[in-house]
Design a binder for this molecule. Sequence first.
Ligand code: FES
Length: 105
Amino acid sequence: MRFFPLEKLINLHDGYTANIKIDHLSLLLLQRGEERYLIESHCPHRNHPLDVALIDGKAIECPLHHYRFSLASGELLAATEEPCRGLRTFELVYEGNEVGVVLDD
Ligand code: FES
C-alpha cells in the first residue's frame, strides 16, 4: 500500500474539479460545499468523462444518458437504459497539508 498525494489542502475549494492520473487509474477529485470526493473519472455505463457531469447534492449525473450515481458510495441511483455497475469511489486520506489516496503498489 502506498500514499499518493493528490492536492494541497490550500488549493481545495467549493467547485474544485481535477482529473488525476495514477498509472492506469483515471480519477476525479471533487469538492462541493465542504464535501470532498474521489471517484473514477469516466462513467461505468459507456465511459463518458464525468468532469463535465452535473452534480446535484450528493449525486453525480452523467450527461450522456443521465445515469445517476451516489458520490459517496458510488451506488447506481437511476438508469435510463440497462443497469450498469456502480461508480468506483476511493477514500481520501489526509497527510500533513495534502490530501491523497492509498492504493496497492
Ligand atoms: S455513458 Fe454515462 S450514462 Fe451512459
